[in-house]
Design a binder for this molecule. Structure first.
Ligand SMILES: Nc1ncnc2c1ncn2[C@@H]1O[C@H](COP(=O)(O)OP(=O)(O)OP(=O)(O)O)[C@@H](O)[C@H]1O
Length: 251
């Protein structure tokens, strides 16, 4: 793993509401994610995990403190710069957020089309390859209604990864899945991340994911209360994932 810093957060505070209803959700957060790392963010409901994820992903404005994403300071950044940064990220949410009227292939094509200027033919090719990678090459033309929960989440993973994002932000991606499908989705994310050097920040309540993490951050009441090296960071041989490298959608 290289030591290139992808996300660097210093002294981040965040509030919701105004006047008497104003409430602080994050307190003095410091964290750093290196390129290719797989970090799990845990903590009780309401501890601030989604707030932190959305701030890191340019989905919410930074009010106080510093969030540097791929070398860009997000606080006070112009909207055009935030839009360009968002295009370099892949998002996966608990609810897969697929368009029900579009096929699996069309849904993944939309993941390419967030980047302007990609010709339709190339977008289609990349989307088909991404679906092949997640094991759905025989389901390209299925509507979400005809896919299982695990298959829908795999389509969402393919959509997040098809643009070869620098960082993937995932909010409870396995919450709606059974044990086997959850393990499949996580292994897939890890394999592709390791093969491409994609940085992953994943919010979960799912203890089964912990042994896959390089780093486990725990939030409580808006503060990081522990930062542990995960078991996966102790793996010295990452070649187990290399077979995915040769077949990633964008090489
Ligand atoms: N849009 C909002 N307006 C007001 N308060 C909010 C808003 N979003 C979150 N909060 C508050 O901020 C705190 C952190 O919420 P957040 O959703 O980040 O927690 P979480 O750890 O992701 O919770 P969960 O595990 O239940 O998803 C909570 O007290 C929540 O009520």
């Amino acid at each position: 793993m290289s030591n290139e810093t992808v996300l660097d957060i210093r002294g981040l505070n965040h509030w919701f509401g105004s006047g008497d209803a104003r409430k602080q959700a994050l307190f003095d957060i410091d964290m750093t994610l290196e390129r290719g790392s797989f970090t799990v963010l845990m903590g009780p409901s309401g501890s601030g995990k989604t707030t932190l994820l959305t701030l890191a992903g340019c989905l919410r404005g930074v009010e106080d403190g510093s969030v540097r994403l791929m070398g860009h300071e997000l606080r006070d950044a112009p909207e055009a710069e935030l839009t360009l940064l968002r295009q370099r990220l892949g998002f996966i949410f608990q609810a897969h957020n697929l368009h029900e009227s579009l096929t699996a292939l069309q849904n993944v094509i939309m993941g390419v089309q967030v980047r302007p200027g990609v010709p339709d033919g190339l977008a289609r090719q990349a989307a088909a390859r991404a679906l092949d990678l997640v094991g759905l090459s025989d389901r390209l033309h299925y509507l979400p209604a005809n896919l299982s929960g695990g298959q829908k989440q795999r389509v969402a993973v393919a959509r997040a990864l098809v643009g070869n994002p620098a960082m993937v932000l995932a909010d409870e991606p396995t919450a709606a899945l059974d044990k086997d499908s959850a393990a499949d989705v996580i292994d897939l994310l890890k394999r592709l991340a390791a093969a491409r050097g994609t940085t992953t920040l994943l919010v979960t309540h799912d203890n089964r994911i912990l042994d896959r993490a390089d780093c486990i951050l725990t939030l409580e009441d808006g503060r990081i209360v522990s930062s542990d090296i995960g078991p996966a960071a102790k793996l010295t041989d990452r070649n187990e994932y290399s077979e995915a490298a040769s077949s990633s959608p964008q090489g």
